[in-house]
Ligand binder design. Structure first.
Ligand code: DI6
Ligand code: FE
Length: 409
């Protein structure tokens, strides 16, 4: 919108309604007659237009928002965005009545995505991922977390994380990466999970860390994946390498993954359909964010809902994310994800919007840099053609984004 930004990247958005999402402010931190000033990529002022310091706006390019709403740029804090091909064939098999096991025996499941990813070049991975990233960005997303986990050997995990990092060269967006080598057992491991965990902790994570390819270490703690003891070995290595951890926990059964994540001071524990009160209490104490993923719940027709009420009662912060992946959540709309979180899990509009802004930033360890409209943070904004914030959660398949700004641009 408007022309090119001023020489110093100095811009004012005025005549706007703000949902600042600032911590401690009531609800969405609404400012009715608001303005945001950005300079050199950072917010220098966000608040009532009448209180804007004269100096802040002087000489800036001015954008009249004509009453539009501004929220922080949206943050998708849990995706498996980098993959090759898709699994629409498995979707058809399941619709025809095949079980997950039958699909897996027919060469489907995570292993089929592993085969495709290993066969793809880094360039092909970037090219295949960009349309998915573009779909997210078209709805005002300015930060995306991207996991590996379809490589499952050192070279393929590194290829996938390099492809993820390269997305940030191709598009104006912040990319955070997580190494999810402990996602599934590759065929060559021949059923030996402990030996594969040795490979993850002894070889894959050290190589990934040496090349600075991961901002965090993730894992899948589940009967069909890895046990809490095996995940603890991965987390011990992550800690030794100085990397924060997060966990796919209690998605299909209660292995007390949430409590495990909390014990390691995890940034977040994700899914959590089967998490119990002990797990919620442990997360609250550790400050571990609960990342709610309604896309996977919907797509695999899960019936057990994550205990949102327990999280509320214990004061666990909740993020909301797409879990975008080819097997259980082929979803690239954070707006639709919010609608699902509200409709399926009873999350409020305020919780959904906080979940894709402030709490998603917290889940990535980025709350000091983005996630709210406050001075000192990155000028990551989404500007919406809406009358009230609830419209962002209410609609299904409609995109009211007017403009998007990343680091002031
Ligand atoms: N939980 C999930 O739902 C996905 N990964 C995970 O840890 C499944 C990913 C896939 O099926 O490709
Ligand atoms: Fe996931």
């Amino acid at each position: 919108m408007g022309g090119a930004s001023g020489k110093s990247g100095h811009r004012v958005w005025r005549n706007a309604r703000l949902a600042t999402m600032a911590e401690g402010a009531a609800g969405l931190g609404i400012v009715e007659k608001g303005a945001v000033v950005a300079r050199d990529g950072l917010i220098v002022y966000a608040g009532p237009e009448a209180d804007m310091p004269l100096a802040a706006g002087q000489g800036a390019e001015t954008v009249d928002c004509v009453g539009r709403w501004i929220t922080p740029g949206l943050i998708d804090c849990h995706t498996h965005l980098v993959y090759a091909g898709n699994r629409a064939n498995e979707f058809e098999m399941r619709l025809a009545g095949a079980t997950y096991e039958e699909v897996a025996r027919a060469g489907g499941g995570i292993v089929s995505s592993v085969k495709s990813l290993r066969a793809a070049s880094e360039d092909e991975l970037v090219a295949q991922t960009l349309p998915r990233l573009d779909a997210l960005m078209a709805e005002g997303v300015t930060t995306v977390e991207v996991k590996s986990g379809y490589g499952l050997d050192a070279d393929s995990e590194k290829k996938s994380l390099r492809a993820a990092r390269r997305l940030a060269d191709e598009r104006p967006v912040t990319i955070r990466t997580a190494c999810l080598a402990a996602h599934a057992l590759p065929p060559e491991a021949k059923g030996d999970k402990d030996a594969f965990i040795d490979l993850v902790a002894g070889t894959i994570l050290p190589q990934v860390a040496a090349d600075n390819l991961a901002d965090a270490v993730d894992g899948f703690c589940e009967g069909i994946a890895f046990s809490p003891e095996q995940m603890a070995r991965v987390f011990d290595k992550a800690k030794a390498l100085g990397l924060p951890v997060k966990l796919h926990a209690d998605q299909l059964s209660n292995l007390h993954g949430a409590a495990l994540a909390a014990r390691y001071g995890a940034l977040s524990a994700d899914h959590l359909e089967y998490t119990d009160e002990e797990g919620a209490a442990a997360m609250a104490k550790a400050g571990t964010v609960a990342t709610i993923l309604p896309g996977a719940y919907y797509f695999i027709r899960e019936t057990k809902k994550p205990p949102v009420d327990l999280f509320r009662r214990h004061g666990v912060k909740m993020a909301v994310a797409t879990d975008s992946n080819p097997g259980t959540s082929p979803l690239t709309s954070l707006l639709l994800t919010m609608n699902m979180a509200a409709t399926l899990f009873g999350m409020t509009v305020d919780e959904c919007l906080a979940g894709v802004t402030r709490e998603a930033a917290r889940a990535l360890g980025l709350l000091d840099k983005t996630g709210t409209l406050e001075a000192g943070k990155s000028a990551d904004l989404a500007i919406w053609d809406i009358e009230r914030p609830a419209e962002l959660v209410y609609r299904m398949g409609f995109n009211p984004l007017h403009a998007r700004t990343w680091r002031g641009q």
